[in-house]
Design a protein around this ligand. Sequence first.
Ligand SMILES: Cc1ncc(COP(=O)(O)O)c(C=O)c1O
Length: 379
Amino acid sequence: MSSMRERIYLSSPQVTDIEIEYVTAALRSGWVAPLGPDVDAFEAEICSYTGTAHAVALSSGTAAIHLGLMALGVKPGDDVIVPTLTFAATAFAVHHAGANPVFVDAEEQSWNLDPALLNEVLTACAASGDLPAAIIPVDLFGRTCDYAAITKIAARFEVPILEDAAEALGSSCNGVSAGAFGKAGVFSFNGNKVMTTSGGGMFVTNDPALASKVRYWSTQAREPLPWYEHKEIGYNYRLSNVLAALGRGQLSRLDEMIKRRLANRAQYEATLGQLQGVSVVMDPPWGPGNAWLTNIRFDALLHPDAPEAIRLALEELNIESRPVWKPMHQQPVFAEAKSYLTGTADQIFADGLCLPSGPNVTEADIALVCDTIVGVLNS
Ligand SMILES: Cc1ncc(COP(=O)(O)O)c(C=O)c1O
């Protein structure tokens, strides 16, 4: 059976004739060189989708975090607060900026930065006269952070926020779009995200000075002179016009693709939500998410071995599933980093699992995943 059927992926990209038309038009227009009208239009469309004033299309979300930190004035040797429960790129970008990630644990509801702990950490840092240069809250798996709490705490200590909304385009918190909190925000258009440019990212902000700084660094820090003149170190981080065209096609179908993800999660919830000791993680009360990846959790006492046993049983059927991001404080590369922990991220990593969630996943696929999970739990 597994050899007959195509693999069911966690989150595979979906490309239709619409995207093919956009990319073909870009190629026919001759704008194959980096930058061009599709980049400008893509930036404008992301601004209008997210309600932000400025957007800069970049080669990746990681590049956007890197330049975003520099634009916020983060300097080599500074500390930057990062949730321990995130994908490594958040912390890697801090390193690229020469700064040190300081890891803070998660809260249970959204799995994002714990506001109470953040407040404690900043209070202690302020007392020792050693505040971090920035905070990067991450909207994990498409669920926004508790921004009502986090923005208030950050403002009290005057520490700027750079929002890592790489996974959260289309999500919101109290009616405001993901990416629009803090001084600036970042999206990823990597192949596994809610929409893709095959690889790419976007920096968004309401501050024109931040946008122009990021734009400048991302195009090799060129001075506006006839010859190549450089007063600062630059980067080659811009998105190509052809990829921006793909992004425009995807963005035109984003709401429809998010609807599919929400329907997928609802189908999982309808079946798995009935089982004892199993929960499907839904949106936090402060705002609807994009259901990027459906996450489930198992009661550690009732089903201690379930996540790995289920992952292996699904793999046997050629179905991809994956543990939740392994916390950064557990990563060998960050063994020396400072961490403030409650044990929540470790627990989520131990008892969570990500299930096939993309727009290509069918009702029959989800039924098969659910049957397999029920089978393992009953064995
Ligand atoms: C939370 C988070 N931050 C940053 C990134 C980095 O984005 P990119 O792959 O576009 O560099 C990703 C995804 O890859 C992510 O999931």
